[in-house]
Design a protein around this ligand. Structure first.
Ligand code: GLC
Length: 445
């Protein structure tokens, strides 16, 4: 990442100039530890809420793609009431799911702000019957419950008269040719970012829509600086043309472990980000939990989306998934929160995680298990295996250990059929020290 490279060059030259090249540790800055909570958090809840939440159109894309006219799309603002909006209830539901953070759309690509922006008149505060700031009560409710608050913000704004892009097949002008007009938009856009960071001091800013312009055009380094000047602890997602802190794959399930330190899969529960009346294609709780287990076993976070209705009520299917998920995360919390990516897949047929010191190995067993499960290539001695939730101690057997060979035997663990979790049973194997695995079996002819 560009800013990282710049930082390294600057700090290296500073050391050389002072004559103490690398003899001292660089001072620890607040920014160095800012990813700690994120790495431990594992689960976040994404919220797409806006004038599209009447449930008839896709968020913003509906007019951009020509499914509905722009005036008809924007007319929805007159029916956005937020009349049953209960931020305390939202925050409680999120807490119950086990999530440690939440990210809400402060403004989507349609340009409609959910807070009282002073930069223009396009907000639910000024134009909708909701007529109030919806962000601040939610941020407060989250914080009261110890949940980190993130704000989604669309850099591109298809409603703004000075923004070049509008519909998929037409744009207002070329930003590279009319730099004065583009500069006006940038002042507006940076001004809104300033409003949300100074107004709400978010723990995380989740940008979107950076793809229409380059880092230089967005003045992305300036945006990053503004955010960190306000609060060096604020995390920035990866959609800022190279100036963010972590990667955000969308709706794509990793098959093998990404070689990234921090990443977060954002995913819908059905096929839509915002509430859609006719989208009943929900993933089952089992599917959500197995995807989540895969994500954490590969060292990532899951940002699971809900789409409340325009009045602020949350569809039953979504409440149900969050509640069921919460029972599972509650029962297995030590295998989830604060853990690190598990062992390479060849060692165990299923997702795994490791405690931070890697002396506890957690094995995730999706579905119903009949018989034994096996760990391969583990040098450690296993002190005990416990089934989380029931607390039952399970028997292990070492198979195929040859006395003259350094290759460890197979560890078979017997999993009783009674007491298994309806979604994923989790076992904890306590090791005699930090995990040590066979790298490759030395075959000889
Ligand atoms: C995409 C879409 C948007 C959605 C976002 C969530 O970039 O433009 O509608 O909000 O993904 O990740």
């Amino acid at each position: 990442m560009k800013f990282m490279r710049l930082f390294i060059v600057l700090s290296a030259s500073a050391c050389i100039l002072s004559g103490s090249a690398f003899s001292q540790d660089p001072p620890v800055r607040a920014e160095d530890h800012k990813m700690d909570w994120f790495a431990d958090a594992k689960l976040g809840i994404f919220i797409h809420w806006g004038i599209y939440s009447l449930g008839n159109t896709t968020e913003s894309w509906a007019f951009h793609n020509g499914d509905i006219s722009y005036p008809d799309y924007m007319a929805q603002i007159r029916s956005f009431t937020a009349k049953s909006y209960d931020p305390q209830y939202w925050a409680e539901l999120i807490r119950k799911s086990g999530a440690r953070y939440s990210v809400i759309t402060s403004k989507h690509h349609d340009g409609v702000a959910l807070w009282d922006t002073k930069m223009d008149g396009l907000s639910v505060v000024k134009k909708s019957p909701a007529a109030r700031d919806l962000i601040s009560p939610f941020v407060s409710a989250l914080r009261e419950k110890g949940i980190k608050a993130g704000l989604y913000f669309s850099l591109l704004d298809w409603s703004h008269p000075d923004y070049p892009g509008f519909k998929g097949d037409s744009s207002r002008y070329d930003a590279r040719k009319d730099t004065i007009r583009w500069g006006r938009f940038l002042d507006f856009c940076h001004g809104q970012i300033r409003e949300i960071i100074t107004g709400f001091n978010p723990d995380l800013v989740w940008f979107d829509g950076d793809w229409e312009h380059s880092a230089e055009e967005w003045r992305a380094s300036g945006i990053r600086k503004m955010i960190l000047d306000n609060n060096p602890g604020t995390i920035i997602n990866g959609r800022l043309q190279g100036y963010g802190d972590y990667d955000t794959p969308e709706q794509s399930f990793p098959v093998s472990r990404p070689r990234l330190k921090y990443w977060e899969l954002c995913m819908t529960m059905n096929n839509s980000w915002g509430y859609k009346k006719d989208d009943n294609n929900y993933k089952s709780t089992y599917e959500v939990i197995t995807i989540f287990a895969d994500v954490i076993s590969m060292g990532g976070n899951l940002l699971l989306d809900i789409g409340p209705r325009e009045d602020g009520t949350i569809p039953g299917e979504q409440v149900n998934i969050l509640t069921e998920l919460g029972k599972w995360t509650g029962k297995n919390s030590e295998a989830i929160f604060g853990t690190r990516a598990g062992i390479e897949p060849g060692h165990f047929y299923g997702p795994t995680t490791l405690s931070r010191d890697s002396t506890a190995l957690y094995l995730f067993l999706p579905g119903k298990v009949t018989g034994d499960v096996v760990i391969k290539g583990l040098y450690n001695k296993i002190r005990s295996v416990t089934e989380l939730g029931s607390g039952m101690k399970l028997a292990t057997r070492i198979v195929g250990k040859i006395s003259w060979s350094s290759v460890p035997g197979l560890v078979y663990i017997t999993v009783p059929e009674t007491g298994q979790d309806p979604y994923i049973t989790v076992l904890k194997a306590e090791l005699d020290g930090p995990v040590k695995l066979v790298k490759a079996v030395p075959f000889t002819q």
